[in-house]
Design a protein around this ligand. Structure first.
Ligand code: GZL
Length: 331
């Protein structure tokens, strides 16, 4: 009898060790999860969204929710109202619930290592969607799906260089996105990379409008009072640009004529202002990430591997191009 018990015990020990090695339910550290492939209708994905601060964000949320609905994959969704602590709470809740995958758009770049290590310890793969984190440990997430924001800033700078080729001096107001957010940091960097080549370009004021229309209006009202001769507004998103338009008009000036405006995103309201000549140039930043996110989840679920960096395709728009594109614009 004693011999039988010792053989059974040895068998259980061996099975347990095998479980750890394969990164199965024992919470292996394999970022891709390493779990068994599931039927799509058994998968559960937790998504921690930034908030609903802009037309872009609303379109991004709608697209992600529709893509998971179409795929028949359950999506748990949370809106952090642009607060990092709410996103961290949501991610912890998804870990507690034992979801299969976590995706989120980090509202700011810093402060994620602790909660991402908790997800890793729980064996739940994380996909960065839209915005990046500044973590040095790239094992904390499987992939970063989103735009190249530095390139977006450079495209904005290149238009400014061409538009003001004959000017001797160009005074610029920059309406920054959320302080500490990857798109705000990188769009400023890209723009500076280009205009910094010629010292006729001077950023006379640069302030955050937090990616909101109200923020753009408030900041632009103040900056118009303290900077009478602004030539160009570079807004990190359409919504702040639309707020700036209201402020410029309230000051008795003509947006797009007295003060040129460049924005980023190309959502419908921004494209309409471009078609109306109130914005002069828009750099597109596509919010339509839903299908790509579903494809990443499906690939991982099938035991495949995904690219660590997936850059979204996007373009730029002039007034004429906006007039042509508007009728078919999805968002
Ligand atoms: C960019 C995205 C930004 C948009 C803003 O990918 O994170 O956040 O440009 C949105 O409109 O608020």
């Amino acid at each position: 009898m004693k011999k039988l018990i010792s053989i059974a015990a040895a068998g259980v020990l061996l099975l347990g060790l095998a479980g750890c090695a394969s990164g199965g339910d024992s919470g292996g550290s394999d970022a891709a999860g390493g779990g068994e492939s599931k039927a799509l209708d058994e998968l559960v994905v937790g998504f921690a969204q930034v908030g609903a601060e802009s037309g872009w964000r609303t379109a991004n949320t709608k697209d992600i929710q529709a893509a998971f609905e179409d795929a028949g994959i359950e999506l748990k969704f949370s809106d952090a109202q642009q607060k990092q602590e709410n996103q961290i709470k949501a991610i912890r809740s998804y870990i507690q619930q034992g979801v299969d995958y976590i995706a989120f758009s980090p509202v700011v770049e810093t402060g994620w290592d602790a909660v991402l290590n908790e997800a890793k310890a729980a064996g739940i793969p994380v996909i960065l969607t839209d915005r990046a984190v500044d973590s040095k440990d790239e094992s904390l997430y499987v992939s970063f799906l989103g735009s190249d924001f530095v390139e977006e800033g450079e495209k904005a700078g290149e238009w400014a260089v061409e538009e003001f080729a004959d000017a001797d001096s160009v005074k610029i107001v920059q309406l920054e996105g959320t302080t500490g957010a990857a798109p705000a940091i990188d769009r400023a960097e890209g723009f500076a990379n280009v205009i910094g080549e010629d010292d006729k370009f001077e950023i006379v004021a640069s302030q955050t409008g937090d990616f909101t229309r109200a923020g753009g209006l408030q900041v632009m009202e103040a900056l118009l009072k303290s900077n009478p001769d602004i030539d160009l507004v570079y807004a990190h998103n359409d919504d702040m640009g639309l707020g700036a338009i209201e402020a410029i008009e309230a000051a008795g000036l003509v947006p797009g004529v007295d003060i040129k405006i460049i924005t980023v995103d190309a959502v419908k309201d921004g494209m309409q202002a471009l078609a109306d000549g109130k914005i002069n140039f828009i750099v597109e930043c596509s919010p339509l990430l839903g299908q790509q996110l579903v494809d990443i989840v499906k690939t991982l679920n099938d035991g495949g591997t995904v690219e660590p960096r997936i850059v979204t395709e996007e373009t730029t728009f002039t007034k004429e191009q906006a007039i042509e594109a508007l009728p078919d614009r999805q968002y």
